[in-house]
Ligand binder design. Structure first.
Ligand code: NA7
Length: 499
């Protein structure tokens, strides 16, 4: 149980959105009976929570694990999906809902010799459930995204040596995690409805209060005092509570970067190492990680950095990693190299819609969706939490989509229909919105949110750039207009019209 939070169980894997905003919020009773211990929960607590949810709602009997889907095919005449899994399972259903996640297909770079390494080898997104012992080992970590920078400080004390293979440094700021006090626990419970309201009306689904000033409303001294406040604030508030023009005003963003660079230089004692850790892109062009003790780790003499842009990897050998600067031997390699974001899992399940159309073909040039949850030619198929679904607090957007899908299915049934498929015009309008609004997002093409981390993948914006209030508004409009954006039909009618 747990999906992402089952597989990403590497040391210090952790939420970087506040725990109580990231769990399920459909049940006040569930919210009341689970007391998160920390503002940003670690993986073991998250996995316990997800198991608790499964047991509390008696879901285990509906779940079959180990059933890797190999094909899902739509049959027009019976208006059903037939889904097959590698373990021989075959299921026919009226609806197919792929809640397969955006960060669930781990990506391994195509480095020559990767399979030949004779030591231990792990991917952060496929971490084993048996303990991994780092004691006294020479460890290489490849990748410095959110996963790498959580893991690196957690293992540095145990290893004999830790070599970080960094292609692009990231703007890492402190997570500022701490335990939730009994008073805060009581407040959370007393304010459940107002918390939900704030999350529903905030752009990215966060609790943080937006700032009311632009950067240059303040003097430089005031700005740097405010940046200090941001540095000490929890998690994503560096994005959601920063100056209102931080993501649109290049000068403001660059000054914030200057502030963070000074912080890095202040923490990392060796000036050369500090410079290696300072990014040359603007804040939030890539998804910013939030860290605990990351930069401090580089003061540990056992820890070193290899800059892959200067000395790229040539190959992995049986004993280590060879870059253009030579071979370094290791006992363990950790691949913290990310995921095939957004479309990865959906495109490898053999999904075929009307007339046998493969989803892979329909999305050959990037995903085409409606509200990030359905697409044309694939009736009765929904993918909550898929591409174009979210930008910010994922479970909040996923919850909206699940609610929309549930209501749509009930509507179809109650009105005597059996299929639902988005209309061409509605789908086109949504995709135009995604493609035109994408330019307003701070994320640029250097981010995996555009798919550029996967060689050969079409470069397309894979998030929902409109934000959550707009998504909720559009969903409400569909319901208010009796699902006019969708084509609803009955199999008996389809049979008559065919005849
Ligand atoms: P990310 O954020 O995609 O990070 C992957 C890292 O791996 C990143 O530093 C990449 O460098 C690096 N990478 C990828 N391919 C290579 C190759 N070929 N050689 C060297 N280095 C490489 O994945 P994470 O798992 O850290 O985080 C994913 C999300 O999980 C995160 O955003 C949160 O939402 C939770 P690059 O930056 O591409 O140069």
């Amino acid at each position: 149980m747990g999906g992402t939070w089952y597989w990403n169980r590497y040391p210090e894997a952790r939420f970087d959105s506040e725990s109580y905003t990231y769990g399920y919020l459909f049940s006040k009773e569930l919210f009341d009976d689970w007391e998160w211990q920390e503002h940003f929960a670690g993986q073991p607590e998250i996995e316990r929570y997800l198991n608790h949810v499964v047991d509390r709602f008696d879901l285990r009997r509906h779940i079959q694990t180990g059933a890797r889907v190999t094909s899902a095919v739509w049959d027009e005449s019976s208006a059903t999906w037939t889904t097959r899994a590698a373990d021989g399972t075959e299921v026919r259903s009226q609806y197919l809902i792929a809640a397969t996640g955006v960060l669930s297909l781990p990506f391994f770079p195509n480095v020559p010799g990767r399979e030949t390494f004779k030591g231990e080898s792990y991917h952060t997104g496929l971490w084993p459930s048996t303990p991994v012992d780092f004691t006294g080992k020479r460890v290489a970590v490849i990748g410095t995204g959110s996963s790498g920078v959580q893991l690196i400080p957690a293992i540095a004390d145990d290893v004999a040596s830790l070599t970080v293979y960094q292609r692009t440094p990231n703007w890492c700021t402190p997570l500022n995690n701490r335990p939730i006090t009994p008073e805060e626990q009581a407040d959370l419970r007393a304010n459940f409805e107002s918390i939900r309201h704030t999350l529903n009306t905030s752009q990215g689904g966060f609790l943080h209060t937006p700032h009311d000033r632009t950067a240059f409303d303040d003097s430089k001294e005031q700005r740097w005092a405010f940046f200090e406040k941001m540095w000490n604030s929890p998690g994503f508030s560096k994005l959601s509570s920063n100056y209102t023009d931080m993501m649109t005003n290049v000068a403001a963003n660059e000054e914030w970067c200057e502030f963070m660079a000074e912080k890095i230089r202040g923490i990392v004692k060796d000036p050369e190492t500090a410079e290696k850790l300072i990014p040359d892109h603007r804040y939030a062009q890539k998804r910013p990680p939030f860290v605990t003790g990351y930069y401090e780790t580089f003061n540990n003499p056992k820890v070193s950095i290899v800059e892959l842009k200067k000395t790229p990897i040539v190959q992995v050998t049986e004993t280590g990693i060879e870059t253009t600067a030579g071979l370094q031997e290791f006992d363990m390699i950790v691949w913290a190299t990310g995921f095939d974001f957004g479309t990865g899992t959906l495109l490898r399940m053999g999904i075929r819609g009307k007339g046998g159309l493969p989803l892979r073909e329909y999305w050959a040039d990037g995903p085409i969706t409606y509200l990030g949850l359905q697409c044309r030619n694939f009736p009765n198929f929904f993918f909550p939490g898929g591409p174009h679904g979210a930008a910010g607090n994922n479970p909040r957007y996923g919850g909206d989509q699940v609610e929309f899908i549930t209501n749509a299915i009930v509507y179809v049934r109650d009105h005597g229909h059996d299929t639902i498929e988005v209309r061409e015009a509605a789908e086109a309008e949504w995709n135009d919105m995604v493609n035109t609004t994408a330019a307003m997002s701070p994320f640029s093409e250097i981010s995996y949110f555009y798919g550029t981390n996967i060689p050969g993948k079409p470069v397309r914006f894979l998030l929902n750039p409109a934000g959550r209030p707009k998504l909720l508004e559009m969903m409400a409009e569909v319901v208010a207009n009796d699902y006019r954006a969708m084509e609803l039909s009955r199999s008996s009618e389809r049979a008559t019209s065919t005849a």
